[in-house]
Design a protein around this ligand. Structure first.
Ligand code: NAD
Length: 353
């Protein structure tokens, strides 16, 4: 049994689905179901006794303690977070609440549970914290990629809150001996990605005939990893990572945002041509840059490759094709997640500001 937090979100849901496709080991899935959490992502697990879904907050110490006592997991895989940089700029409070205080409370609950375990289970227990490459700040265009020893220089409220949570996790290992593992991963893309993030936003807007809003000059560079490859890295770290260690995870796929948008447009031209014969790229529109926008992130993933033998299965070309196809095949999912909270957010982001 493992406890997953945030398993109804983008990466968490992919992780839960992949885990149960490959293993009989059950999962307790604790998720608050914020705007980003969606039970529908897990619809295929309806009635599956290996998956227990609990709606609740990682900051609810009594609830987490009760779940740990009842299910006695051998590991916690911690995805739950507020995850969108733009939202963190408009309203940082939730980011501090969940990413910092929530992680602190989860660590405390995990520590008390772990300390009371009998020796063999205590030795086997792991707390795996899922984090981001954004904690390292921004890179010059010619600087080497981020390795695990880079200094933390977070620039946005989101990355600062994740950096704070990474530090708490580290301290709980150093001070209390909690057997933690941390992964710092680059940008993910793939199925179930909420359409506020770059790739799904572009696909959804393109198909709706709307503008494809590209920040600034579109030359911000990110490393991209197909979400299933991130999930396989997390499974590998959980299985073989050394307690106390951090592992950078990335796809060695550095791309400028504008090139990502053009790639999505070209795939849509091929897979779902516009009725009027025009190219989707005609919908690209440059908008005011995000404040404090980091120019470049790049991940050096050699440690996890060397020490744990992990490699991504997808190239960017195969992963992005699968992703665009998934969105074309799931219009109902897109329509449902775009209702309610999503509409309010788009209004705030693109109309009010
Ligand atoms: P997401 O926003 O899609 O999902 C987050 C999930 O956490 C949602 O289901 C939400 O309901 C849940 N949640 C939020 N606050 C909660 C709380 N207080 N208690 C319980 N559940 C809560 O995020 P994601 O993109 O799937 O990211 C998951 C994790 O991976 C995050 O920690 C993020 O920092 C990290 N990460 C993301 C990326 C990326 O590209 N998306 C890259 C590297 C690391």
């Amino acid at each position: 049994m493992i406890l997953v937090t945030g398993g109804a979100g983008f990466i968490g849901a992919n992780f839960v689905l992949d885990w149960l496709a490959q293993s009989q080991e059950p999962i307790v899935n604790l998720d608050k179901l914020t705007y980003a959490g969606n039970r529908e992502n897990l619809a295929e697990l309806e009635g599956d006794a290996r998956h227990a879904f609990v709606r609740g907050d990682i900051g609810d110490s009594a609830l987490v303690a009760a779940l740990l006592a009842r299910h006695r997991p051998r590991a916690i895989v911690h995805f739950a977070a507020e995850s969108h940089v733009d939202r963190s700029i408009l309203g940082p409070e939730e980011f501090i609440q969940t990413n910092v205080i929530g992680t602190f409370r989860l660590l405390e609950a995990a520590r008390h549970y772990w300390q009371a375990l009998p020796a063999p289970e205590k030795a086997a227990f792991r707390f795996l914290h899922v984090s981001t490459d954004e904690v390292y700040g921004t890179l010059a265009s010619d600087a080497p990629a981020f390795s695990e020893t880079n200094a933390y220089e977070p620039n946005s409220p989101y990355s600062a809150s994740k950096a704070a949570s990474d530090h708490l996790v580290r301290a709980w290992a150093h001070t209390y001996g909690l057997p933690v593992l941390t992964t710092n991963c680059s940008n993910n893309y793939g199925p179930y990605h909420f359409p506020e993030k770059l790739i799904p936003l572009m696909i959804v807007n393109a198909l709706a005939g709307k503008t494809l809003p590209v920040y600034g000059d579109g030359q911000q560079v990110r490393d991209w990893l197909y979400v299933k490859d991130h999930c396989s890295a997390i499974r590998r770290v959980l299985e073989a990572g050394a307690p106390g260690q951090t592992y950078n995870v990335g796809g060695c796929n550095e791309r400028a945002n504008i090139d990502i948008v053009r790639t999505v447009c070209a795939l849509l031209d091929e897979l779902r041509p516009r009725a009027d014969g025009q190219r989707y790229a005609a919908q690209i529109g440059f908008v005011k840059d995000r404040p404090g926008h980091d120019r470049r992130y790049a991940i050096d993933a050699r440690k996890i490759e060397r020490e744990l033998g992990w490699r991504p299965a997808e190239t960017f070309e195969t992963g992005i094709r699968k992703t665009v196809q998934w969105y074309l095949d799931h219009p109902d999912w897109v329509a449902r997640v775009q209702s309610g909270a999503y509409r309010e957010w788009v209004h705030k982001q693109y109309v009010e500001s």
